[in-house]
Design a protein. Sequence first.
Lengths: 273, 303
Amino acid sequence: MTTATQAAPAPRTTPAAPAPPRVIRPIPMSRLAKVELRKMFDTRAGFWLMASVGIVSVLATAAVIIWAPDEAITLETFSTAIGVPLSIVLPMIAILSITSEYSQRTGLTTYTLVPWRGRVISAKVLVTIAIGVVSMFLALAVGTVGNLIGSTITGLDPVWDISVATFSSIVLANILGMLMGFMLGVLFRSSAAAIVGYFVYSFVLPVAFGTLAAFQEWFRDLQPWVDVNFAITRLFEGSLTTEHWQQLGVTTLVWLWIPLALGLRAIVRAEVK
Amino acid sequence: MISVESLTKQYGPFTAVDHVSFTAETGRVTGFLGPNGAGKSTTMRVMVGLTPASSGRVTVSGRSYRELVNPGLEVGVLLDASAQHAGRTGREILTIAQQTMGLPRARVAETLARVGLTEDEAARRVRDYSLGMRQRLGLATALIGEPEVLILDEPANGLDPAGIRWMRDLLRGFADAGGTVLLSSHLLHEIEVIADDLVVIGQGKIVAQGSKSELLAAAGTLVRTADVDRLARALHEASVVTSPIDGGLRVDADPELVGETAHRAGVVLRELRPADGAGLEEMFLELTALTSRDDTAREGAAA
């Protein structure tokens, strides 16, 4: 054998060496949650949606300080002013966390790297709830600062009229709102459909039920057991009776938990394209 | 190694994949060839658990995909380079894969360099990427976990000729180092350049499979002459099967026999050569014609 017959191998730009046998560990839930959290912030749209929680809180607080009459400068006023826009922003965050996998088709990669879709969805739920809770504390902090500034301007003593119990039930109400958005995202797997669905859920249905209750005697007593928004809204006022809690349980079972379960069942089985 | 056993996928009355069986061997690049809509992508989606099979099964290194505990480290997958969030940067997309798999952070820069994306390109958002750049990024996502198996759907789509050669070298190196590569294409010439083995699919069914040299050798001889009829008669007398082509014949015999027959019959030849891939090409054109809704596939196969 001569060296002349040994053809030089074509130069390899990258010698791809498949790894030797190695220990492969399962992907822990904490890692999935970390990745899902990252995915909520790593686009301009996502970043500004998250930033809008802070921006909305500050704007609403400024509006109260500027326009509210002196006697209305209380923590509750701030909380309501911040809470209304947040009750729309937070469910949008929840919706997009799930639907972007489908509308942007990133699910193709996500579910290939993590074929257990239930775990991916669980990580998303965990992160969504965590974001909800953190946002509420952020809103509380902004509201508190606003209340201090406002009362300094008016010269009156600051009024702290939100108890820990009330704050907790407001947090719960917002989490339920986010889960509502999440459920619609899981059910429709399309951003547009889920967002429209959310507005129907939170603005059209309450009006429909309210009208029905106003004009139909028989429905008046039934409404708290049927209208989920009616039941959730009571959380903002605090101090729920046992019956109120039961109504919250029944309405969320029908409007949230059952559709969520159906949606999850479908999402785990559906083809990802 | 990837093993597909009698895989079937039905959508209502429509059978997208019909009892498909083949093996992609370790150390080889297997080309999965078929016109658009033949069932390549569906087969590949079933392989990685994105689409449930109606029946049959697929194993990767002897296990089903869902049994892998961290699939990215064992199987590199690229199904659609455009299926990425347009608002993320290339580096961010690769970082998500790196974090999901639990790999060291340095692997991101290494892999970007390996697929030929510059720092500057990696910092751009994917909406500003060309298809070729998306393919490189998709390939990076597949390679970052240093898997032993690659499953790539149309990876050469959008690459220029230099890019295709680059990919051939990359995949060749990967297979030579003991890896398994399955890649699909609807372009015969593209897959001829890259693959060792071919699996040809049409309308959901496997129509041919074997090593590239086998399939090409089966093509016989190409002969051109001014007197096609006389040569055809002479060859038929020698019980050789022929089929007419433009200005000549394709003959199921080696060139020596055809030359001898022509000499005895006194026919002057213009051209006599092994019909490299002509048979495969004809078969592929027929397949494409059957589903003739995609002209680019036909042009590509004829190119």
